[in-house]
Design a protein around this ligand. Structure first.
Ligand SMILES: [Zn+2]
Length: 222
């Protein structure tokens, strides 16, 4: 576990668990993020991103990201734009609420980022997905009791309970699911050690967003 004043607090949500090297810079251009941001709004409207004082010690939940450039870059150096830490309660995000992750190391637990806001505490989870496959261009992390509680039944792959979010153990678990289950085709998994945590991914925001809404729909019909 990395040292640092905030890292000592063992909360489920909202606390940055990696070593962050952060530089404050001007906001990113929203133009390239329009589709991601549109989907982020849809997820917020479904309460898959948000804030609930009764859950997760009142921390905001849910975050979205998109590869920014440098496709074909080696793992750990696939820059992406991600929603800022503790922005889940905001109905609409603008350029001030997104950070640029420049590089990351899922084994050494480090993130280098810049922006008007610090990156989501779950940035490493996003980075490990981008490391898996150069075709993954969007990652969505939401909280859904409906989808999460269905894990274990045939269907959605789940990471082991022992693997906490944003840790090298989680990275290893995600790699395992990717090679041993149909997670690659489903583009969806739940996080066994992170209450209500669900991740979807895809080549576009629409692909990843659709996957979540369909999973939600399927669970509610059961
Ligand atoms: Zn979460």
């Amino acid at each position: 576990m990395p040292k640092g004043p905030r890292n000592r607090v063992d909360m489920e949500e909202g606390v940055i668990k990696f070593r962050l090297q952060f530089t404050e810079i001007a906001p990113v251009e929203m133009e390239a993020l329009a589709e991601l941001n549109r989907w982020r709004n849809i997820l917020w409207q479904h309460a898959l991103i948000g804030n609930d004082p009764a859950r997760y010690d009142g921390y905001d939940f849910g975050n979205v990201s998109q590869r920014s450039s440098d496709f074909d870059a080696p793992p750990g150096q696939r820059p992406f734009i991600i929603s800022g830490t503790q922005t889940g309660h905001l109905a609409v995000l603008d350029s001030r609420h997104y950070a640029r992750v420049i590089s990351y190391d899922v084994v050494r637990n480090t993130v280098v980022a810049a922006g008007p806001v610090k990156p989501s505490s779950e940035s490493l989870t996003h980075g490990m997905l981008y490391d898996l496959d150069d075709g993954i261009r969007v990652v969505l992390h939401v909280h859904s009791p409906d989808i999460w509680q269905s894990a274990g039944r045939p269907g959605i792959p789940a990471t082991a309970r022992e693997a906490a979010y944003g840790t090298p153990q989680m990275a290893a678990e995600v790699r395992r699911l990717y090679s041993e289950t149909d997670m690659r085709e489903r583009k969806l998994f739940t996080m066994g050690g992170h209450e209500d945590g669900v991740v979807s991914f895809g080549n576009t925001a629409e692909e990843a967003g659709d996957t979540l809404l369909r999973a939600l729909d399927a669970r509610r019909k059961q």
